[in-house]
Design a protein around this ligand. Sequence first.
Ligand code: RIB
Length: 314
Amino acid sequence: MRKKILVLGNSNVDFVFRIPRFHHPGETILAESLVTFFGGKGANQAITAKRLGGNVHFITKVGNDLYGKSYRHHLIKNGLDQKLILKDKKLPTGTAVIELTPKGENRIIAFLGANGSLSVNDLKRLERYWKGVDVFVTQLEIPFPTVEKGLKMAKEEGALTLLNPSPPVPLPSHVLSSVDFIVPNEVEAQYLTGIKWKGDREIRKMAEKFLDQGVKNVVITLGSKGLFFKNRSEEVWMNAFRVNVIDTTAAGDAFLGALASGLSENKPIREVLRFANGAGALATTKLGAQPSLPSRRDLNMFLKRIEVGKTKRS
Ligand code: RIB
């Protein structure tokens, strides 16, 4: 039987402005196009794990507006349970403004909207969905007490917990010690550990600091440089796959969703990391958050075609 993955997180409508370059304060520039996509880290991670064949349950909240209505249909169409798509009566659906350059780099401003009212009481009402959960995934675009409660309930069920600390906020030690996998990018890892990134040595130090704080496994994603994984017994550097980058939005989310899916299948850690690395790479090859999230078939084909780059560094 497939293991149960529970994702708790946000759903956003993304407004993607394609711009020639990032502009300066006080400067006005014209966008080349404006496109709207379904996004939000939580939804992106849940849909990735689902497209990769996971047994996924996704708890989220949308607004009582047209975006909320169409987002609900979209999630249901993607095979997610409508009972877990909550609705805020007053707040609008979460939105994100994404600036995207021709190199595929982005800058994101997210407005929580209804995601900001996903509460501890909501989780108490949905407590039965934690029953039998094997892998629990969450991020920080919903209220922190809700994240804290979700992790606690997952740990009480004996689940493996994954935290994507994005956008980063200071994390208390009782939260860190309830996390089995923390998955920040290098900017978030810098913020959370207070260690300035100069090279590989600092990346390892950041991972060690998380481990000392009680996290069991650390995966630091390094964009085009790949990833670093560390726990108390193993360390892995893995290069990024080389692909034609169109849009890096949701690459981290595809990574997280694939990590959850791989872990739920009990694959060995190196295989799980390669699987997630491939999902992240594929997500950069198409425009938009959710249109870029890979299916199992696409990911398997991609991994078959491409040689993995695994290197040991000093
Ligand atoms: O990680 C990318 C996502 O961050 C976007 O889809 C946006 O909605 C924000 O949540």
